[in-house]
Write a new protein. Structure first.
Length: 150
């Protein structure tokens, strides 16, 4: 499914990206307050959601479907890269940033989580696009259009 989309707002996608990162960190910090299944999978779901926002931020005119595919491919590559155990990658994964970005071990269940996270982000994007279309141009734009006709 390739959904044509107008250019995304970079500030909005930067905010989505930062918000998702904060939610992901909070899901780790406060995992003891979450149901076990959410504590185990929230980080992976939000990681994939973050990759979708990043694709939208870097490529604001990329159609929604292509952004979803790009984010999924990125996540899948990172997951399979966990099977590579070179000394440099092992050392990088032992750091906090390396562990958060690269993970530590290959798990097939993570692939499912990535799909869920990207579907979540795609749904949010499509929903916000529909909301913008339904609300129409803002009041300021309508005033300018009216003045041009005079």
């Amino acid at each position: 499914m390739v959904t044509s989309s107008p250019a995304r707002s970079r500030p909005a996608y930067a905010a989505f990206l930062v918000g998702t990162i904060l939610l992901g960190l909070a899901s780790r910090r406060f995992s003891h307050w979450l149901p076990w299944w959410l504590a185990k999978n929230a980080g992976d779901i939000l990681y994939a959601t973050m990759t979708f926002w990043l694709a939208g931020l870097l490529f604001p005119r990329l159609p929604t479907g292509r952004a979803a595919v790009a984010a999924l491919l990125f996540c899948v590559v990172i997951e399979f890269a966990k099977l590579i155990q070179t000394p440099g990658l092992v050392a990088a994964r032992r750091t906090t940033a390396g562990h958060l970005a690269l993970g530590s071990g290959f798990h097939v269940s993570n692939l499912v989580c990535y799909g869920i996270g990207i579907l979540l982000a795609t749904g949010i994007e499509i929903g916000t696009q529909r909301q913008r279309v339904q609300s129409g141009p803002n009041t300021r734009d309508r005033g300018r259009s009216a003045r041009r006709k005079d």
